[in-house]
Design a protein. Structure first.
Length: 69
């Protein structure tokens, strides 16, 4: 997936190029899920922000980078 709404996005491809931090997070969110076992960020098409990473607030911000398009 290279941009929001492209063919890869519609097919559920990896979100790493869109800022997903999942591969570096080393978490089991995909198995445990959030909101009472309902879903997880990747399952709803949102990149992982790495919230279970140690020192998350110090090392993982900013979540989004503003673009001037």
């Amino acid at each position: 997936m290279e941009s929001w709404g492209d063919a890869g996005a519609r097919s559920g491809y990896c979100l790493m190029h869109m800022g997903c931090r999942g591969p570096a997070t080393k978490s089991n969110c995909w198995d445990v899920k959030w909101n009472g076992g309902t879903n997880w960020p990747i399952g709803v098409g949102h990149p992982c922000i790495g919230c279970v990473t140690s020192h998350f607030w110090d090392k993982q911000a900013p979540f989004y980078i503003a673009r001037d398009d």
